[in-house]
Write a protein that binds this ligand. Structure first.
Ligand code: AMP
Length: 484
Protein backbone atom coordinates (compact mmCIF):
# COMPACT_ATOMS: atom_id res chain seq x y z
CA UNK A 1 0.00 0.00 0.00
CA UNK A 2 1.35 3.42 -0.88
CA UNK A 3 1.59 6.32 1.52
CA UNK A 4 -0.98 8.01 -0.71
CA UNK A 5 -3.45 5.26 0.04
CA UNK A 6 -2.61 5.57 3.71
CA UNK A 7 -3.39 9.25 3.58
CA UNK A 8 -6.65 8.54 1.87
CA UNK A 9 -7.65 6.25 4.69
CA UNK A 10 -6.71 8.83 7.31
CA UNK A 11 -9.37 9.96 9.72
CA UNK A 12 -9.43 12.30 12.61
CA UNK A 13 -11.05 11.34 15.85
CA UNK A 14 -14.46 13.02 15.85
CA UNK A 15 -14.58 14.84 19.19
CA UNK A 16 -18.34 15.32 19.17
CA UNK A 17 -19.25 11.64 19.04
CA UNK A 18 -16.52 10.39 21.38
CA UNK A 19 -17.64 8.31 24.34
CA UNK A 20 -17.12 10.29 27.52
CA UNK A 21 -17.10 7.38 29.94
CA UNK A 22 -15.70 3.87 29.87
CA UNK A 23 -19.22 2.42 30.29
CA UNK A 24 -20.16 3.77 26.87
CA UNK A 25 -17.37 1.83 25.18
CA UNK A 26 -19.14 -1.51 25.57
CA UNK A 27 -16.16 -3.19 27.23
CA UNK A 28 -16.26 -6.48 29.15
CA UNK A 29 -17.47 -5.97 32.76
CA UNK A 30 -14.21 -7.40 34.17
CA UNK A 31 -12.28 -4.67 32.35
CA UNK A 32 -14.66 -1.95 33.48
CA UNK A 33 -14.16 -3.06 37.08
CA UNK A 34 -10.39 -2.95 36.67
CA UNK A 35 -10.53 0.50 35.07
CA UNK A 36 -12.62 1.73 38.01
CA UNK A 37 -10.17 0.17 40.51
CA UNK A 38 -7.34 2.00 38.78
CA UNK A 39 -9.21 5.27 39.22
CA UNK A 40 -9.65 5.97 35.50
CA UNK A 41 -12.96 7.82 35.34
CA UNK A 42 -12.85 9.19 31.78
CA UNK A 43 -11.15 7.73 28.71
CA UNK A 44 -8.26 9.89 27.52
CA UNK A 45 -8.40 11.33 23.99
CA UNK A 46 -6.42 8.47 22.49
CA UNK A 47 -8.62 5.96 24.29
CA UNK A 48 -11.80 7.66 23.09
CA UNK A 49 -10.55 7.47 19.54
CA UNK A 50 -8.78 4.11 19.45
CA UNK A 51 -10.93 1.82 21.62
CA UNK A 52 -14.10 1.93 19.49
CA UNK A 53 -12.01 1.83 16.30
CA UNK A 54 -10.08 -1.25 17.43
CA UNK A 55 -13.08 -3.27 18.62
CA UNK A 56 -14.50 -5.79 16.13
CA UNK A 57 -17.49 -4.65 14.07
CA UNK A 58 -20.82 -6.45 13.84
CA UNK A 59 -19.36 -9.01 11.45
CA UNK A 60 -16.47 -9.71 13.82
CA UNK A 61 -13.91 -7.98 11.57
CA UNK A 62 -11.33 -5.77 13.29
CA UNK A 63 -9.67 -2.81 11.54
CA UNK A 64 -5.95 -2.09 11.31
CA UNK A 65 -5.07 1.23 12.95
CA UNK A 66 -2.15 3.64 12.91
CA UNK A 67 -2.36 5.90 15.91
CA UNK A 68 -0.18 8.92 16.56
CA UNK A 69 0.18 9.04 20.29
CA UNK A 70 2.32 10.80 22.79
CA UNK A 71 3.83 9.02 25.69
CA UNK A 72 1.78 9.62 28.84
CA UNK A 73 -1.46 9.95 26.88
CA UNK A 74 -2.95 6.65 28.03
CA UNK A 75 -2.01 4.87 24.78
CA UNK A 76 -1.26 1.54 26.46
CA UNK A 77 -4.81 1.11 27.72
CA UNK A 78 -6.02 2.42 24.34
CA UNK A 79 -4.86 -0.80 22.70
CA UNK A 80 -4.94 -3.21 25.65
CA UNK A 81 -8.59 -2.60 26.50
CA UNK A 82 -10.09 -3.47 23.08
CA UNK A 83 -7.77 -6.44 22.61
CA UNK A 84 -8.37 -7.85 26.08
CA UNK A 85 -12.09 -7.34 25.53
CA UNK A 86 -11.89 -9.38 22.33
CA UNK A 87 -9.94 -12.14 24.08
CA UNK A 88 -12.40 -12.25 26.96
CA UNK A 89 -15.33 -12.51 24.57
CA UNK A 90 -13.61 -15.38 22.78
CA UNK A 91 -12.70 -17.13 26.07
CA UNK A 92 -16.35 -17.05 27.09
CA UNK A 93 -17.06 -19.11 23.98
CA UNK A 94 -14.03 -21.41 24.30
CA UNK A 95 -13.32 -22.87 27.76
CA UNK A 96 -9.92 -21.96 29.25
CA UNK A 97 -6.98 -24.21 28.49
CA UNK A 98 -4.85 -25.51 31.32
CA UNK A 99 -1.13 -24.78 31.45
CA UNK A 100 0.22 -27.46 29.14
CA UNK A 101 3.14 -29.58 30.18
CA UNK A 102 3.54 -32.91 28.43
CA UNK A 103 6.11 -35.57 29.22
CA UNK A 104 7.95 -33.21 31.58
CA UNK A 105 8.56 -30.73 28.74
CA UNK A 106 7.15 -27.24 28.52
CA UNK A 107 4.90 -26.82 25.53
CA UNK A 108 5.60 -23.85 23.23
CA UNK A 109 3.51 -20.80 24.08
CA UNK A 110 0.89 -19.85 21.45
CA UNK A 111 -0.21 -16.31 22.29
CA UNK A 112 -3.20 -14.71 20.62
CA UNK A 113 -2.16 -11.12 21.29
CA UNK A 114 1.42 -10.05 20.63
CA UNK A 115 2.64 -6.60 21.68
CA UNK A 116 6.08 -5.53 20.43
CA UNK A 117 7.98 -2.81 22.27
CA UNK A 118 11.35 -1.18 21.57
CA UNK A 119 12.78 -1.53 25.08
CA UNK A 120 12.64 -3.87 28.03
CA UNK A 121 11.38 -1.13 30.29
CA UNK A 122 8.43 -0.34 28.07
CA UNK A 123 7.64 -4.07 27.64
CA UNK A 124 7.64 -4.55 31.38
CA UNK A 125 5.44 -1.52 31.87
CA UNK A 126 2.96 -2.73 29.25
CA UNK A 127 2.85 -6.19 30.88
CA UNK A 128 2.23 -4.65 34.27
CA UNK A 129 -0.62 -2.59 32.77
CA UNK A 130 -2.12 -5.69 31.14
CA UNK A 131 -1.96 -7.62 34.42
CA UNK A 132 -3.64 -4.69 36.18
CA UNK A 133 -6.43 -4.62 33.62
CA UNK A 134 -6.94 -8.38 33.91
CA UNK A 135 -7.13 -8.41 37.70
CA UNK A 136 -10.80 -9.50 37.52
CA UNK A 137 -10.29 -11.88 34.60
CA UNK A 138 -7.81 -14.39 35.85
CA UNK A 139 -8.41 -16.89 33.03
CA UNK A 140 -6.10 -14.91 30.73
CA UNK A 141 -2.34 -15.05 31.17
CA UNK A 142 0.17 -12.34 30.33
CA UNK A 143 3.88 -13.02 29.73
CA UNK A 144 6.87 -10.83 28.96
CA UNK A 145 9.85 -11.70 26.79
CA UNK A 146 12.78 -9.31 26.99
CA UNK A 147 16.51 -9.59 26.56
CA UNK A 148 18.69 -9.76 29.64
CA UNK A 149 16.48 -11.96 31.82
CA UNK A 150 17.41 -15.59 32.55
CA UNK A 151 16.23 -17.82 29.72
CA UNK A 152 14.79 -20.60 31.91
CA UNK A 153 12.80 -18.13 33.95
CA UNK A 154 11.28 -16.67 30.79
CA UNK A 155 10.42 -20.11 29.41
CA UNK A 156 8.57 -20.98 32.57
CA UNK A 157 6.64 -17.69 32.60
CA UNK A 158 5.68 -18.14 28.95
CA UNK A 159 3.53 -21.14 29.67
CA UNK A 160 -0.05 -20.75 28.58
CA UNK A 161 0.40 -17.05 27.73
CA UNK A 162 -2.55 -15.50 25.91
CA UNK A 163 -0.96 -12.06 25.75
CA UNK A 164 2.74 -11.83 25.04
CA UNK A 165 4.62 -8.54 25.40
CA UNK A 166 8.07 -8.70 23.87
CA UNK A 167 11.06 -6.93 22.46
CA UNK A 168 11.55 -8.17 18.87
CA UNK A 169 15.06 -9.68 19.13
CA UNK A 170 14.44 -11.87 22.15
CA UNK A 171 11.07 -12.97 20.82
CA UNK A 172 12.68 -14.25 17.62
CA UNK A 173 15.35 -16.08 19.67
CA UNK A 174 12.63 -17.92 21.57
CA UNK A 175 10.62 -18.57 18.43
CA UNK A 176 13.66 -20.05 16.66
CA UNK A 177 14.35 -22.17 19.74
CA UNK A 178 10.83 -23.62 19.43
CA UNK A 179 9.60 -22.06 22.68
CA UNK A 180 7.03 -19.73 21.14
CA UNK A 181 4.78 -20.38 18.16
CA UNK A 182 3.39 -17.27 16.55
CA UNK A 183 0.88 -18.85 14.18
CA UNK A 184 -2.02 -18.34 16.62
CA UNK A 185 -1.42 -14.58 16.93
CA UNK A 186 -4.62 -12.77 15.99
CA UNK A 187 -3.72 -9.26 17.09
CA UNK A 188 -0.30 -7.68 16.63
CA UNK A 189 0.55 -4.34 18.28
CA UNK A 190 3.62 -2.27 17.46
CA UNK A 191 4.10 0.15 20.33
CA UNK A 192 6.45 3.09 19.71
CA UNK A 193 6.96 1.89 16.14
CA UNK A 194 9.18 4.87 15.29
CA UNK A 195 11.49 3.94 18.12
CA UNK A 196 11.68 0.31 16.99
CA UNK A 197 12.84 1.52 13.60
CA UNK A 198 15.39 3.82 15.26
CA UNK A 199 16.78 0.88 17.18
CA UNK A 200 17.27 -1.16 14.02
CA UNK A 201 14.39 -3.62 14.44
CA UNK A 202 13.10 -3.28 10.84
CA UNK A 203 14.26 -6.77 9.81
CA UNK A 204 12.97 -8.36 13.01
CA UNK A 205 9.59 -6.69 12.46
CA UNK A 206 9.48 -8.05 8.91
CA UNK A 207 10.25 -11.54 10.23
CA UNK A 208 7.54 -11.31 12.91
CA UNK A 209 5.09 -10.01 10.31
CA UNK A 210 5.79 -13.09 8.17
CA UNK A 211 5.37 -15.43 11.16
CA UNK A 212 1.99 -13.91 12.07
CA UNK A 213 0.54 -13.72 8.55
CA UNK A 214 -2.83 -15.15 9.50
CA UNK A 215 -3.53 -12.48 12.12
CA UNK A 216 -6.77 -10.55 11.99
CA UNK A 217 -5.55 -7.15 13.13
CA UNK A 218 -2.48 -4.93 13.38
CA UNK A 219 -2.32 -1.81 15.55
CA UNK A 220 0.58 0.58 15.29
CA UNK A 221 1.29 3.35 17.79
CA UNK A 222 3.95 5.89 16.98
CA UNK A 223 4.94 9.39 18.08
CA UNK A 224 5.19 10.42 14.43
CA UNK A 225 4.01 9.21 11.04
CA UNK A 226 7.38 9.96 9.49
CA UNK A 227 7.93 8.48 5.99
CA UNK A 228 9.84 5.48 7.38
CA UNK A 229 6.88 4.69 9.69
CA UNK A 230 4.47 5.00 6.75
CA UNK A 231 6.70 2.67 4.77
CA UNK A 232 6.65 0.10 7.57
CA UNK A 233 2.86 0.37 7.77
CA UNK A 234 2.52 -0.05 4.02
CA UNK A 235 4.48 -3.31 4.26
CA UNK A 236 2.62 -4.93 7.11
CA UNK A 237 -0.85 -3.39 7.45
CA UNK A 238 -4.08 -3.65 5.49
CA UNK A 239 -5.76 -0.34 4.66
CA UNK A 240 -5.06 1.08 8.10
CA UNK A 241 -7.15 3.92 9.47
CA UNK A 242 -4.99 6.73 10.75
CA UNK A 243 -5.97 8.33 14.03
CA UNK A 244 -4.10 11.58 14.54
CA UNK A 245 -4.41 12.69 18.12
CA UNK A 246 -1.90 15.48 18.52
CA UNK A 247 0.78 17.22 16.53
CA UNK A 248 4.24 17.54 18.09
CA UNK A 249 3.55 21.13 19.06
CA UNK A 250 0.16 20.37 20.61
CA UNK A 251 1.67 17.82 22.94
CA UNK A 252 2.76 18.30 26.47
CA UNK A 253 0.56 21.28 27.17
CA UNK A 254 0.73 20.44 30.86
CA UNK A 255 4.53 20.35 30.81
CA UNK A 256 6.29 23.66 31.25
CA UNK A 257 9.48 23.84 29.22
CA UNK A 258 12.46 26.04 29.97
CA UNK A 259 15.79 26.56 28.32
CA UNK A 260 18.90 27.73 30.16
CA UNK A 261 21.91 28.74 28.14
CA UNK A 262 25.12 27.78 29.91
CA UNK A 263 28.58 29.18 29.24
CA UNK A 264 30.41 25.90 29.88
CA UNK A 265 30.22 22.55 31.68
CA UNK A 266 30.88 24.09 35.10
CA UNK A 267 28.06 26.60 34.68
CA UNK A 268 25.75 23.79 33.57
CA UNK A 269 26.61 21.73 36.67
CA UNK A 270 25.89 24.66 38.99
CA UNK A 271 22.54 25.21 37.33
CA UNK A 272 21.66 21.54 37.63
CA UNK A 273 22.50 21.48 41.33
CA UNK A 274 20.46 24.62 41.82
CA UNK A 275 17.47 23.02 40.16
CA UNK A 276 17.86 19.74 42.04
CA UNK A 277 17.29 21.74 45.21
CA UNK A 278 13.98 23.10 43.89
CA UNK A 279 11.54 22.83 46.76
CA UNK A 280 8.89 21.53 44.39
CA UNK A 281 11.03 18.75 43.06
CA UNK A 282 9.64 15.42 44.14
CA UNK A 283 11.47 13.10 41.77
CA UNK A 284 13.48 13.84 38.65
CA UNK A 285 15.10 12.27 35.65
CA UNK A 286 18.36 13.85 34.52
CA UNK A 287 19.15 12.85 30.95
CA UNK A 288 22.73 12.29 29.89
CA UNK A 289 23.92 11.93 26.31
CA UNK A 290 26.12 8.88 26.83
CA UNK A 291 26.47 5.96 29.22
CA UNK A 292 29.84 7.30 30.40
CA UNK A 293 28.35 10.71 31.15
CA UNK A 294 25.41 9.00 32.87
CA UNK A 295 27.62 7.00 35.27
CA UNK A 296 29.94 9.93 35.99
CA UNK A 297 27.12 12.40 36.66
CA UNK A 298 25.24 9.99 38.95
CA UNK A 299 28.39 9.47 40.97
CA UNK A 300 29.12 13.19 41.21
CA UNK A 301 25.56 13.89 42.32
CA UNK A 302 25.80 11.17 44.96
CA UNK A 303 29.00 12.74 46.22
CA UNK A 304 27.23 16.10 46.34
CA UNK A 305 24.64 14.52 48.65
CA UNK A 306 21.80 13.74 46.25
CA UNK A 307 19.88 10.46 46.22
CA UNK A 308 20.83 9.76 42.61
CA UNK A 309 21.40 6.54 40.67
CA UNK A 310 22.32 5.87 37.05
CA UNK A 311 20.28 3.85 34.56
CA UNK A 312 21.54 2.89 31.13
CA UNK A 313 21.43 0.04 28.68
CA UNK A 314 24.84 -1.44 29.51
CA UNK A 315 23.73 -2.38 33.02
CA UNK A 316 22.61 -5.90 33.86
CA UNK A 317 18.85 -6.21 33.67
CA UNK A 318 18.55 -7.09 37.35
CA UNK A 319 20.26 -3.85 38.36
CA UNK A 320 18.05 -1.84 36.00
CA UNK A 321 14.94 -3.40 37.44
CA UNK A 322 16.01 -2.78 41.04
CA UNK A 323 16.74 0.84 40.27
CA UNK A 324 13.45 1.40 38.50
CA UNK A 325 11.63 -0.23 41.39
CA UNK A 326 13.46 2.04 43.83
CA UNK A 327 12.37 5.02 41.74
CA UNK A 328 8.76 3.85 41.73
CA UNK A 329 8.80 3.30 45.47
CA UNK A 330 10.30 6.73 46.06
CA UNK A 331 13.56 5.35 47.49
CA UNK A 332 15.47 7.14 44.75
CA UNK A 333 14.89 10.81 44.08
CA UNK A 334 17.01 11.39 41.00
CA UNK A 335 17.51 9.01 38.13
CA UNK A 336 20.34 9.86 35.76
CA UNK A 337 19.47 8.08 32.53
CA UNK A 338 20.16 7.67 28.85
CA UNK A 339 17.40 7.84 26.25
CA UNK A 340 16.96 4.12 25.68
CA UNK A 341 16.91 3.22 29.36
CA UNK A 342 14.33 5.86 30.19
CA UNK A 343 11.78 4.88 27.52
CA UNK A 344 8.61 3.55 29.05
CA UNK A 345 9.27 4.86 32.55
CA UNK A 346 5.87 5.71 33.96
CA UNK A 347 6.22 7.23 37.42
CA UNK A 348 3.62 9.93 38.07
CA UNK A 349 5.68 11.47 40.91
CA UNK A 350 8.39 12.62 38.49
CA UNK A 351 7.99 16.38 38.71
CA UNK A 352 11.09 17.43 36.78
CA UNK A 353 12.98 16.30 33.72
CA UNK A 354 16.42 17.78 33.04
CA UNK A 355 18.06 17.64 29.65
CA UNK A 356 21.63 17.82 30.86
CA UNK A 357 23.18 16.07 27.89
CA UNK A 358 21.06 16.90 24.84
CA UNK A 359 19.43 14.12 22.81
CA UNK A 360 21.07 13.06 19.55
CA UNK A 361 17.70 13.16 17.81
CA UNK A 362 15.15 15.92 18.18
CA UNK A 363 12.35 13.34 18.48
CA UNK A 364 13.92 12.04 21.68
CA UNK A 365 13.35 15.42 23.30
CA UNK A 366 9.62 14.76 22.98
CA UNK A 367 9.96 11.33 24.57
CA UNK A 368 12.18 12.65 27.34
CA UNK A 369 9.94 15.44 28.52
CA UNK A 370 6.98 13.05 28.42
CA UNK A 371 8.47 11.32 31.50
CA UNK A 372 6.99 14.11 33.59
CA UNK A 373 3.50 15.58 33.60
CA UNK A 374 2.02 12.07 33.58
CA UNK A 375 -1.45 10.93 34.52
CA UNK A 376 -2.92 14.42 34.40
CA UNK A 377 -0.26 16.09 36.59
CA UNK A 378 1.86 19.06 35.61
CA UNK A 379 5.60 18.82 35.12
CA UNK A 380 8.64 20.91 34.39
CA UNK A 381 11.21 20.12 31.69
CA UNK A 382 14.44 22.10 31.94
CA UNK A 383 16.97 21.99 29.12
CA UNK A 384 20.54 23.12 29.71
CA UNK A 385 22.43 23.95 26.56
CA UNK A 386 25.99 25.06 25.92
CA UNK A 387 26.87 27.09 22.82
CA UNK A 388 27.98 23.92 21.02
CA UNK A 389 24.43 22.55 21.44
CA UNK A 390 22.79 25.32 19.47
CA UNK A 391 22.13 23.19 16.40
CA UNK A 392 20.43 20.55 18.47
CA UNK A 393 18.25 23.18 20.12
CA UNK A 394 17.39 24.50 16.67
CA UNK A 395 16.39 21.01 15.51
CA UNK A 396 14.15 20.49 18.56
CA UNK A 397 12.49 23.87 18.08
CA UNK A 398 12.01 23.20 14.38
CA UNK A 399 10.37 19.82 15.13
CA UNK A 400 8.04 21.40 17.68
CA UNK A 401 7.60 24.54 15.58
CA UNK A 402 8.03 26.75 18.61
CA UNK A 403 10.90 28.03 20.71
CA UNK A 404 11.67 26.64 24.13
CA UNK A 405 11.22 29.66 26.40
CA UNK A 406 14.54 30.89 27.73
CA UNK A 407 15.05 31.49 31.41
CA UNK A 408 17.84 32.64 33.67
CA UNK A 409 18.36 32.22 37.40
CA UNK A 410 19.58 35.19 39.44
CA UNK A 411 23.26 34.74 40.18
CA UNK A 412 23.58 32.03 37.55
CA UNK A 413 23.00 34.04 34.39
CA UNK A 414 25.14 33.21 31.36
CA UNK A 415 27.94 35.68 30.66
CA UNK A 416 26.95 35.72 27.00
CA UNK A 417 23.53 37.04 26.07
CA UNK A 418 21.14 34.32 24.89
CA UNK A 419 21.16 35.76 21.38
CA UNK A 420 24.91 35.17 21.26
CA UNK A 421 24.46 31.63 22.56
CA UNK A 422 22.03 30.82 19.82
CA UNK A 423 24.50 32.11 17.30
CA UNK A 424 21.70 33.66 15.30
CA UNK A 425 23.01 36.23 12.91
CA UNK A 426 23.47 37.01 9.28
CA UNK A 427 23.82 33.89 7.25
CA UNK A 428 22.82 31.45 10.01
CA UNK A 429 19.14 31.50 9.26
CA UNK A 430 16.99 28.81 10.81
CA UNK A 431 19.80 26.49 11.66
CA UNK A 432 20.64 29.06 14.30
CA UNK A 433 17.04 28.89 15.51
CA UNK A 434 16.63 32.60 14.90
CA UNK A 435 13.44 31.77 13.01
CA UNK A 436 11.69 30.62 16.17
CA UNK A 437 12.64 33.61 18.24
CA UNK A 438 9.52 35.13 19.74
CA UNK A 439 8.56 37.24 22.73
CA UNK A 440 8.55 34.32 25.11
CA UNK A 441 11.96 33.25 23.94
CA UNK A 442 13.62 36.38 25.19
CA UNK A 443 11.99 36.75 28.57
CA UNK A 444 14.63 36.49 31.30
CA UNK A 445 13.29 35.39 34.62
CA UNK A 446 15.56 37.48 36.78
CA UNK A 447 14.55 36.55 40.29
CA UNK A 448 15.17 32.81 40.23
CA UNK A 449 12.62 30.14 39.63
CA UNK A 450 9.00 30.90 40.16
CA UNK A 451 8.72 27.34 41.38
CA UNK A 452 10.89 27.86 44.43
CA UNK A 453 14.26 26.97 43.01
CA UNK A 454 15.64 29.96 44.83
CA UNK A 455 15.57 28.00 48.06
CA UNK A 456 18.87 26.17 48.15
CA UNK A 457 18.86 23.14 50.34
CA UNK A 458 15.08 22.94 50.47
CA UNK A 459 14.26 19.49 51.81
CA UNK A 460 12.83 16.80 49.62
CA UNK A 461 10.02 14.59 50.77
CA UNK A 462 9.84 11.35 48.88
CA UNK A 463 6.45 9.78 48.24
CA UNK A 464 7.43 7.33 51.00
CA UNK A 465 8.12 10.23 53.32
CA UNK A 466 4.84 11.81 52.38
CA UNK A 467 3.19 8.57 53.45
CA UNK A 468 4.81 8.88 56.86
CA UNK A 469 8.12 7.05 56.49
CA UNK A 470 11.24 8.89 57.64
CA UNK A 471 13.68 9.76 54.90
CA UNK A 472 16.83 11.65 55.77
CA UNK A 473 17.83 14.98 54.27
CA UNK A 474 17.50 15.04 50.53
CA UNK A 475 17.05 11.32 50.46
CA UNK A 476 20.70 10.52 51.00
CA UNK A 477 19.73 7.97 53.60
CA UNK A 478 17.81 6.01 51.00
CA UNK A 479 20.97 5.36 49.08
CA UNK A 480 22.60 3.93 52.14
CA UNK A 481 19.66 1.53 52.10
CA UNK A 482 21.45 0.02 49.11
CA UNK A 483 19.86 0.81 45.74
CA UNK A 484 22.52 -0.84 43.67
P1 AMP B 1 0.60 5.62 28.84
O1 AMP B 1 0.48 6.73 27.87
O2 AMP B 1 -0.09 4.39 28.42
O3 AMP B 1 2.04 5.39 29.24
O4 AMP B 1 -0.19 6.06 30.19
C1 AMP B 1 0.19 7.14 31.01
C2 AMP B 1 -0.42 7.09 32.39
O5 AMP B 1 -1.81 7.42 32.35
C3 AMP B 1 -0.34 5.75 33.09
O6 AMP B 1 0.07 6.00 34.44
C4 AMP B 1 -1.74 5.23 33.09
O7 AMP B 1 -1.98 4.40 34.21
C5 AMP B 1 -2.56 6.50 33.15
N1 AMP B 1 -3.89 6.40 32.50
C6 AMP B 1 -4.20 5.68 31.41
N2 AMP B 1 -5.51 5.87 31.09
C7 AMP B 1 -6.01 6.72 32.00
C8 AMP B 1 -7.31 7.31 32.20
N3 AMP B 1 -8.33 7.05 31.38
N4 AMP B 1 -7.47 8.15 33.23
C9 AMP B 1 -6.42 8.44 34.07
N5 AMP B 1 -5.17 7.93 33.93
C10 AMP B 1 -4.97 7.08 32.91
Amino acid sequence: MTSLALQAAAVRAPADVSPSSFDQLGLHPALLRAVADLGFSTPTAVQQAAIPAALPDATGAAADLMVSSQTGSGKTAAYLLPLLHTLLQASAETPARGVPRRGGRWQPARPRVLVLCPTRELAQQVSADAIDLLRHARALRVATVVGGLPYQQQLQRLQGADVLVATPGRLLDLQRGGHVELDAVQHLVLDEADRMLDLGFADDLAAIHALTQSRAQTLMFSATFAPRVQQLAAGIMRQPRQLTLATPQQRHQHIEQRLHWCDDAGHKRRLLEHWLRDGELQQAIVFASTQVECDALAEELQQAGFAAVALHGAMPQGVRQRRLQALREGRVQILVATDVAARGIDVPTITHVFNYGLPMKAEDYVHRIGRTGRAGRSGLAVTMAEPRDRRRIAAIEALRREPIPEHTIAGLEPRLRPQAHRGAGPGRGRSGAGGWRGEGARRPEGGGSARGAGRPGAGWRSPAAARGATVGGRGVGTLRGGVR
